[in-house]
Design a protein around this ligand. Structure first.
Ligand code: MN
Length: 434
């Protein structure tokens, strides 16, 4: 099944600026609510959201084998379950419909009015029902920085790290789309020098710059996915801000790992960019420093060159870009992560989300968390308005962006943007009277 949506020369009859993240070569998938309160599956070109449910109901997909209501759903899980062949057929067809030289929809105003919405008329939703969420720890620079700060600079990486992609199972119920604000969590922590823990709002709310991939049904229970086939089971990727409360994390994480410091919220960008769209940006990852077992031996060029940026914007203030990193810095690639995840026979379902772990590079301005940027609070980060941050303050907005560019076409993810609110205060309960 050829993938002909990536032709950089193709243009669309929907206009967009040269630096858009969503040219006709992207064709991401998402779910949105229209101004008429209809939830639908859609795609995006430039600043326009395209209702794929409406396109399907008007017969524009008649030559693609799809169930009748494939796009009239509130999640992409069934579409993702249909597999790579269907994803390609649908993307190819969408590319053709919006090609500058194709008049079938371009010249039909009545259809256009029912199918195309300005992005500011729609509200993006979570694109998939996420059954399971796994978070890896695959940046060697991040793992080394954290090990240096909290354990021993001489032995910053734990002995397993270069042999397997370390991960933990997270929680999917608190994964939210871009735009939803997050309350500062409360919890237990052990202040430095204290001999008993205290309870209160976290004083160390942090972002983690990550990307995540979304899988299709990949295997039966008991059947590992070979590393060379893993990419066939990856539908696409999003940007992930894996919110973390460092003070809660430090006290609670032994011996079983992250828990409440990590599951109060994780924010994702709402458009899933397919691996097919990312194909022109395939690149080499870092060289392995240690031979790995056969099931983790991956062919070269199994990662992608994706520029990543993080801004902090104080309330009513100007943004400051505090981090510039790249997905290609990760030591373990997605194929190795999925092969390792299933080597014991663990089943992976359509809509599962796999986080990369914080993506840090070697330069201090590429560190993907405040923990590292401020070196656990020892080196505050200066913002453009003159204020300083060690961690994220109430009413700060954190924005992460990601895009690929190596020629005339830019393929982007848009952004994941969320504001930290003060701790949630329950309303005083009125006393029950009889
Ligand atoms: Mn994380």
């Amino acid at each position: 099944m050829p993938n002909h949506t990536n032709n950089p020369k193709r243009t669309s009859w929907i206009g967009y600026s040269i630096d858009t993240h969503f040219p006709i070569q992207n064709i991401p998938f998402g779910v949105f609510l229209t101004k008429d309160n209809v939830i639908t599956i859609g795609t995006r070109i430039g600043d326009y959201a395209i209702d794929l449910g409406a396109l399907q109901s008007m017969n524009y997909f008649k030559d693609v084998p799809l169930t009748d209501d494939m796009f009239m759903q509130d999640t992409l899980n069934d579409f993702i379950s249909d597999g790579k062949k269907t994803w390609r057929l649908v993307r190819n067809r969408i590319g053709d419909i919006f090609d500058k030289n194709n008049g079938e929809l371009r010249d039909n105003k009545e259809h256009r009015d029912r199918i195309i919405f300005s992005m500011d008329e729609v509200e993006m939703q979570l694109p998939v029902l996420i059954g399971d969420y796994t978070d890896f720890y695959s940046s060697k620079e991040h793992a080394t920085n954290v090990g240096t700060m909290f354990r021993d600079p001489e032995n910053a990486l734990l002995p397993n790290w270069l042999h397997l992609p370390v991960a933990y199972h997270g929680r999917s119920s608190s994964i939210i789309p871009s735009g939803i604000p997050v309350h500062r969590p409360c919890g237990q922590s052990m202040p430095a020098g204290a001999d008993s823990p205290v309870f209160g709002p976290s004083k160390a709310v942090d972002f983690e710059l990550e990307m995540a991939f979304i899988t299709t049904d990949a295997n039966k229970l008991g059947h590992p996915i070979p590393v060379d086939e893993a990419e066939d089971y990856i539908f696409g990727m999003v940007i992930l801000n894996d919110w973390s409360a460092r003070d809660i994390q430090r006290w609670e994480y032994v011996p079983l790992g992250p828990f409440l410091a990590k599951n109060f919220a994780s924010s994702i960008s709402p458009w899933i960019v397919t691996l097919d769209a990312l194909e022109p940006f395939r690149t080499e990852g870092p060289e392995l420093e240690m031979p790995v077992m056969d099931y983790l031996k991956s062919a070269p060029r199994k990662t992608y060159d994706i520029c990543l940026e993080v801004d902090i914007t104080p309330e009513n203030g100007k943004k400051t870009t505090v981090c510039k990193s790249n997905f290609k810095y990760l030591y373990w690639n997605m194929s190795q992560q999925l092969a390792h995840h299933t080597i014991n026979g663990c089943k992976v379902n359509s809509g599962d989300l796999m986080g990369s772990g914080t993506i840090s590079g070697s330069d201090p301005d590429s560190y993907g968390s405040m923990l590292e940027l401020s070196w656990k609070g020892e080196k505050p980060v200066k913002l453009n308005d003159g204020t300083e941050r060690t961690y994220i303050q109430d009413n700060d907005t954190v924005t992460m962006r990601g895009f690929c560019k190596n020629g005339p076409v830019r393929i982007g993810f848009g952004e994941v943007k969320s504001k930290i609110l003060p701790p949630f205060v329950p309303k005083a309960r009125s006393k029950k009277t009889n």
